[in-house]
Design a protein around this ligand. Structure first.
Ligand code: SF4
Ligand code: SF4
Length: 445
């Protein structure tokens, strides 16, 4: 179902006002450098040091990055985004550090501030650069380490900082807490749905996200329809429903850990065997890998993105859908964190195949798919708008080279950026959610 564009505009305005809501940080100017260095010191292990030593300056990563491709700005070459981290490494940790100190200046506050744009507003941590690097350098993960250093130095961009502070302080995101979740559930119950919440025990804990409560309500409704259709033992939980993790996006580890732990603790208390992550790209790594790190080992439950769950259930014959038909022409946009990082490529295509739609893939699809441009929190960073627009324009070209009139995806942030681009450029292609397509076409029993 199409999103109400008036609601979407209201949401976009709310995002636009975030910088004014950001509180000043508690980091005095004189401490910024030492705080950032302390994080770099803690995070730079031998694997990362090897990555920082390995670049052969071939330039292939530049040709993989949507921001470089769209701007041709050499400053936006992916490996260049690690210059600050590399300088720290050379001066403080490298075997030849005493030699490097003669030639390379120490990190300054101005360097930290200059790096803000490179690692926040012009990198979505999409991982496409690492995919093509012949040396296997994982640039995206080290961009995140640099974000962690800047976060500790009080240099998270204002819009992103406002949301991180809200999630870290009140535990809400965009003002959505248990009360708003209950209101959304009451609305669904009023329309005849059985929506379990706060069950003491359940096999499956289903997460949702602020975006699905405020904006893409049909995605939450569709998830409820699917779970009830399957007849499984599931629940939402008012203490652990938010999949989005603005600690991970901002680099502020304390918030990232508490947001992950909240879910892990609740899932264990429920005795859940599975936690389903909603259509929110970064929610997947935030729980599946970062959550496991915080837990100190393998999680005692499985974590699946909703797109993965749907594909698996259809493939196993437990979930049946009515074919929509091949006169619906779609292409599929793989959210980077679920696809390239998580390897979930087959499952959404199993779903689209079962729905019988005409799937025409973009030239760059699955592992080589281009990011929508809004990932890693760019959609809430005011200064990132030119980058988001540039990435959208590239994505638009990719979509227009197919016969699709609809882009299907399984990430709310991707939908936000694609819809914002469509609104800005008066683009006529639709943007739809995978779970909504399933929820609206379940086989009647
Ligand atoms: S992770 Fe993505 S956005 Fe960031 S530098 Fe690499 S290709 Fe560019
Ligand atoms: S692709 Fe890898 S080796 Fe080549 S310039 Fe980029 S980071 Fe260096």
């Amino acid at each position: 179902m199409a999103v109400d564009m008036n609601v979407f505009r209201g949401f976009a305005e709310q995002i636009g006002s975030l910088p004014q809501m950001a509180q000043p940080t508690d980091c005095p100017d004189g401490e910024r450098v030492s705080r950032a260095k302390a994080v770099f010191a803690a995070k730079l292990d031998s694997a990362k040091a090897t990555h920082l030593e390995s670049c052969i300056h071939c330039g292939l990563c530049a040709e993989a990055c949507q921001f470089y491709l769209q701007t041709k700005d050499p400053e936006l070459t992916p490996i260049h985004k690690l210059d600050l981290l590399k300088r720290y490494y050379r001066r403080e940790k490298a075997p030849l550090r005493f030699f490097h100190r003669f030639f390379e200046a120490d990190i300054s506050e101005a360097d930290l501030e200059a790096t803000q744009f490179l690692v926040y507003e012009s990198c979505t941590e999409c991982g496409r650069c690492g995919l093509v690097c012949p040396m296997g350098i994982d640039i995206a993960s080290m961009v995140n380490v640099t974000r962690q250093g800047l976060a500790e130095a009080g240099l998270i961009p204002a819009g992103l900082r406002a949301v991180e502070q809200e999630q870290g302080g009140r535990g809400t995101v965009f003002g959505v807490g248990p009360e708003q979740l209950r209101a959304a559930i009451d609305d669904l119950r009023g329309r005849g749905y059985d929506v379990p919440i706060d069950k003491p025990k359940a096999d499956i804990l289903v997460l949702t996200s602020t975006i699905d409560i405020l904006l893409f309500k049909d995605a939450l409704e569709a998830t409820v329809k699917v779970m009830n259709h399957l007849g499984v033992d599931w629940t939402l939980h008012s203490c652990a429903f938010e999949g989005a993790n603005f600690g991970l996006l901002s680099g502020y580890e304390q918030v990232q850990k508490s947001a992950s732990e909240r879910i892990t603790t609740q899932a264990i208390a429920l005795g859940a065997k599975l936690v389903i992550v909603p259509e929110c790209g970064h929610a997947y790594p935030a729980l599946r890998w970062e959550g496991a790190n915080e837990h100190g080992g393998a999680l005692p439950f499985e974590v699946m993105a909703i797109s993965e769950f749907l594909g698996n259930e259809i493939a196993a014959g437990r979930l049946q859908v009515e074919p929509i038909g091949r006169d619906k022409h779609v292409t599929y946009h793989d959210p980077c964190k679920v696809g390239r990082h998580g390897g979930v490529f087959r499952e959404p295509r199993v779903v689209l195949d079962a729905l019988g739609v005409d799937l025409d893939e973009m030239p760059c699809n699955q592992a080589t798919n281009f990011c929508c441009g809004g990932g890693a929190g760019l959609f809430v960073m005011e200064r990132a708008e030119p980058m988001r627009n540039a990435a959208f324009d590239l994505k638009r070209e990719q979509v227009e080279s197919t016969r699709a009139d609809t882009v299907v995806t399984a990430c709310g942030s991707c939908r936000v950026n694609l819809l914002a681009g469509a609104m800005r450029t008066e683009w006529d292609r639709g943007v739809e959610s995978l779970v909504e397509l399933v929820g609206n076409n379940l086989k009647q029993r």
